[in-house]
Design a protein. Structure first.
Length: 477
């Protein structure tokens, strides 16, 4: 019988449904994270442009993006709160034993959520009710609050990857907690900046993709050109930076988590002159099927020399490393993320070269088709990054200190499967409602633009906010 079958047979029955439930809610929540973290910054850049150049089109875009920001934040709070509860409900062993060490990260995130909610409310309400400069200045803390939330989550996750800041007593329980060391672990810096830049470029490509679709449908007025140019420029600048940060974090994983690196690169035996496999499949006997083999490249990428020794999966016992299937999943996720990142770099270079040479936006339909796909592709890359991070760490929930099987709940597996079904139904409703609201907002905005273009009086829908005085036009039956 294969080793992975033995390991699965020894796992608690609750582990699979608990993992599936956590994976589904995390994968759903992370779709909203880029807009939650980076859209405030992009909106304020557009807002600043509008004030600096007295540009009503830029101010109109900023107002509309602030409304989208508020709607997605509300949904993000719901999905994020569910994840917070799942840590305690699904993984009581983790929180019960280690919560005192790394739980401060969740506390920081909670305070950041509250702060961001207040700031978004003030910013949204302030349109046409505050002086322009005062309103803009009150919006400036928004990106900082968003980054603070990311700080809390990444502090907790990086601690799980490289746990520090505690000692163990005779019974194996953590004591003498050093909060600063628990927060600023060896992987915190690389993970945090890699994540932040990923959110920035993803949000930029997602927002620009909306206007790229409009360009392809013939809407080539200044509103759509500006709505595309600002977020796409931000994303294009961030893309090569992210590529370098990605290379840096991969090298940090090589040094700090060599077994995870072996899983990401499907390296079976510790050796030098290790080849790189693109999209190969690791077998139980250590062979690799399929994919493209590039001799020496893995050693070169890891240490800039073909003689660099790369630790293999067999350097640790079978129950302390990912299974062949888990390694393959992590490897494919990692490779797909790198491929998407490489294509986005080429797209950013295309945009930059056209701008530097002609001082205008590209005119090729293929460019805008690619830009329209870039938003979806970047979200897929973010999902792949989390899959590589979490699956590559298996079987550890706290690296080299606690396994997933030790942390899982004792709740019956049938109950967990029912919970998963209910969560899927609820999330379909939540995201369906979000899509319906966004489409309704788009329809209202388009109608207002058409009325304005025809010379008819039209009150911009974003002038009315949930808690502000409604205009006479909006108040009519």
């Amino acid at each position: 019988m294969h080793i992975s079958v033995h390991l699965l047979a020894d796992a608690p029955a609750q582990m699979l449904p608990a993992r599936e439930l956590m994976a589904f809610t995390l994968a759903s929540h992370i779709i909203l994270v880029p807009l939650g973290v980076a859209l405030p910054f992009i909106t304020l850049v557009m807002h600043y442009r509008g004030l600096r150049h007295q540009d009503p089109t830029a101010l109109l875009l900023a107002r509309r993006w602030s409304a989208v920001m508020a709607v997605q934040f509300a949904v993000g709070v719901v999905t994020g709160t569910v994840l917070s509860f799942e840590f305690g409900l699904l993984w009581p062993g983790l929180m019960g034993r280690w919560g005192d060490v790394f739980g401060i990260g969740f506390g920081v995130e909670a305070w950041a959520f509250f702060l961001e909610a207040v700031l978004i409310a003030i910013y949204l309400y302030g349109w046409r009710r505050l002086k322009p400069r005062t309103h803009f200045l009150l919006g400036l803390p928004l990106p900082a609050a968003a980054l603070l939330g990311a700080f809390g989550i990444l502090a907790a996750n990086s601690w799980m990857n490289t746990p520090r800041g505690f000692s163990l007593d005779s019974e194996g329980n953590p004591v003498d907690v050093n909060v600063w060391k628990a927060i600023f672990t060896p992987m915190f810096g690389p993970q945090y900046w890699h994540f932040v830049v990923a959110m920035l470029l993803t949000a930029g490509y997602v927002v620009a993709g909306v206007y790229a679709v409009g360009w392809l449908r013939g809407r080539r007025d200044r509103y759509h050109r500006l709505g595309f140019a600002v977020p796409f420029t931000i994303a294009a600048v961030a893309t090569p930076v992210q590529f370098m940060l990605g290379d840096s974090i991969a090298r940090q994983v090589f040094h700090k988590q060599p077994v995870k690196f072996a899983a990401l690169e499907i390296v079976w035996e510790t050796d030098t002159r290790v080849p790189e496999y693109l999209f190969g499949r690791l077998q139980e006997d250590g062979t690799v099927k399929g994919g493209i083999k590039i001799p020496l490249l893995d050693s070169i990428l890891a240490g800039f020399s073909p003689d660099t020794k790369v630790v293999g999966l067999t350097s640790v016992p079978a129950d302390e490393r990912p299974t062949a299937l888990q390694a393959t999943i992590a490897h494919w996720a990692f490779d797909l993320m790198v491929v998407i990142g490489s294509v986005l770099v080429l797209l950013a270079l295309w945009y930059g070269l056209v701008w530097l040479r002609y001082r205008r936006l590209p005119e090729s339909k293929w460019f805008y088709r690619s830009a329209a796909c870039a938003g979806v592709a970047s979200v897929v890359a973010v999902e792949c990054g989390w899959i590589a991070t979490e699956v590559g760490r298996q079987p550890w929930i706290v690296y080299q200190n606690m396994k997933v099987a030790e942390a899982v709940t004792a709740t019956r597996s049938s109950t967990l499967w029912i919970m998963l079904g209910l969560v899927i139904v609820v999330y379909v409703f939540i995201f369906g409602s979000l899509l319906a609201v966004l489409l309704k907002m788009r329809t209202r905005w388009r109608l207002a633009d058409e009325q304005r273009a025809a010379g008819e009086p039209a009150e911009a829908p974003e002038a009315d906010t949930p808690y502000g005085p409604r205009s006479e036009a909006a108040g009519r039956p």
